[in-house]
Design a protein around this ligand. Structure first.
Ligand code: APR
Ligand code: PHB
Length: 397
């Protein structure tokens, strides 16, 4: 039986677990991380790549933004397209200089993991947390399995940063929270292609054939998505079919989509999921363990890192001043931003996806919103400030 002790036991080495660990270290608080998958698997997982202003500020504060600053691409706006008509939302001008950066989520995870391991800290890959116990006492424990051997990580607090399928949420007492779900009747087929992006900033598009998004990863790699039915298989989507749909859906007068070899194809279902308590005793949840947003708006990782900010504040207050106040307010402090992001992600999803027949009442409401957006600075500002992420101060009470 392996036996380890630390102050904060972290389950999961995704963005939430890795930001938490590195941040706690800055305050001299010890942490040990347990991660089910291998390092190669975690660092190779293809995920969204939109880094909002708060996340950039946090990585800067941690001194872990060097590669992002070099390789990330700063965007000062976004294009929104409806029935082949395209408008531009300028972020800086509408939000007092806030911007987003395009930098793959797995690159952030890699930078944070490198920093943690280079600093001689502990991260157990290929180690499965099997049980969290005694979280209603001052000495909670994580049971785990590594190389066929069992172990116990004894800590002051358990941070479940273990994603949607982890054990954190399943361990919360059933009666301590309510869950909320929306399952959307469509999915995203995402591709990575070796071709220069055909746009300088992201394009979100409604089209009668369905939603499309043009994103990017670098000067030579593009990331694009098309709306597909939930029961679709990538086998039905040849490269030619994908490019042809993307060209139609993203079309705009005088603009052309460049095509290139596709090297990654996958389908992601769209859902919104929430629970309304992120803590039970000394077990705290962050990130996908507690909430899922549909990716229209790119909020997933940013929301996870925002939860971690509140968690760090709570742990620092506890260890430095022996105060439990911020532990007690953790759920509510995090929930205010989470509900805002749930609303924005749902709004963007409904505005740009085909939900009903072209020409239907639902379509006409979507079109009415877009037409209003064309003429209203206020409406543009609403989208811009949510997209770049509202400052933390906005959610105080
Ligand atoms: N034991 C150990 N590790 C586990 C266990 C377990 N029982 N269950 C899950 N994990 C690990 C997963 O292997 C994964 O690496 O927890 C990690 C959770 O990481 P993410 O799924 O990336 O979740 P999170 O860190 O909250 O990241 C936020 O928001 O929209 C998304 O794509 C975005 O993944 C990003 C997420
Ligand atoms: C991405 O680059 O993968 C991306 C960008 C914006 C989104 C979703 C995904 O809304």
């Amino acid at each position: 039986m392996i036996s380890i002790k630390t102050q904060v036991g972290i389950i999961g080495a995704g963005p939430s677990g890795m930001v938490l660990a590195n941040w706690l270290k800055k305050y001299g608080i010890d942490a040990v991380i347990i991660e089910l998958r291998s390092r190669e698997y975690v660092e190779g997982r293809v995920r969204a790549g939109l880094v909002e202003q708060n996340t950039k500020d946090i990585l800067k504060e941690l001194g872990l933004d060097a590669r992002m600053k070099k390789e990330g691409i700063v965007h000062d706006g976004v294009y929104l397209s409806f029935d082949e008509e395209r408008i531009h939302i300028p972020f800086g001008e509408l939000t007092g200089g806030r911007t987003i950066t395009i930098y793959g989520q797995q690159e952030i995870t890699k930078d944070l993991t490198d920093a943690w391991l280079d600093g001689g800290e502990t991260l157990h890959f290929e180690t499965k947390a099997t049980k969290i116990i005694d979280f209603d006492t001052k000495s909670p424990k994580i049971h785990f399995e590594k190389d066929g051997e069992e172990g116990i990580l004894e800590c002051d607090f358990v941070a479940a940063c273990d994603g949607f399928h982890g054990i954190g949420r399943k361990t919360l007492p059933k009666k301590s929270f309510q869950s909320y779900d929306i399952t959307y009747p469509f999915s995203w087929l995402g591709i990575l292609a070796n071709v220069a992006p055909s746009t300088d900033e992201l394009i979100y598009a409604y089209h009668e054939n369905g939603f499309a998004l043009h994103s990017l990863r670098s000067e030579t790699v593009s990331r694009l998505y098309v709306q597909v039915d939930n029961d679709e298989s990538v086998d039905n989507w040849s490269d030619d079919r994908i490019w042809s749909e993307l060209s139609k859906r993203l079309a705009n007068l005088g603009w052309e989509l460049k095509e290139g070899p596709i090297f990654e194809k996958s389908i992601t279902p769209m859902r919104s999921h929430m629970i309304d308590s992120l803590r039970s005793g000394r077990l705290l949840l962050a990130g996908d363990a507690a909430h899922i947003v549909p990716p229209t708006g790119g909020k997933g990782m940013n929301l996870a890192i925002a939860d971690v900010k509140h968690m760090v504040d709570a742990f620092v207050a506890y260890y430095k001043t022996n105060s439990e106040t911020l532990l007690d307010t953790y759920t509510n402090d995090a929930l205010r931003r989470i509900w805002r992001a749930q609303d924005f992600s749902n709004f963007m999803t409904k505005l740009f996806h085909k939900q009903d027949a072209h020409g239907s009442f639902t379509y006409r409401l979507q079109k009415a919103k877009f037409d209003y957006l064309k003429v209203s600075r206020a409406y543009k500002t609403t989208i811009a400030e949510n997209y770049v992420g509202l400052p933390f101060e906005s959610f105080k009470n």
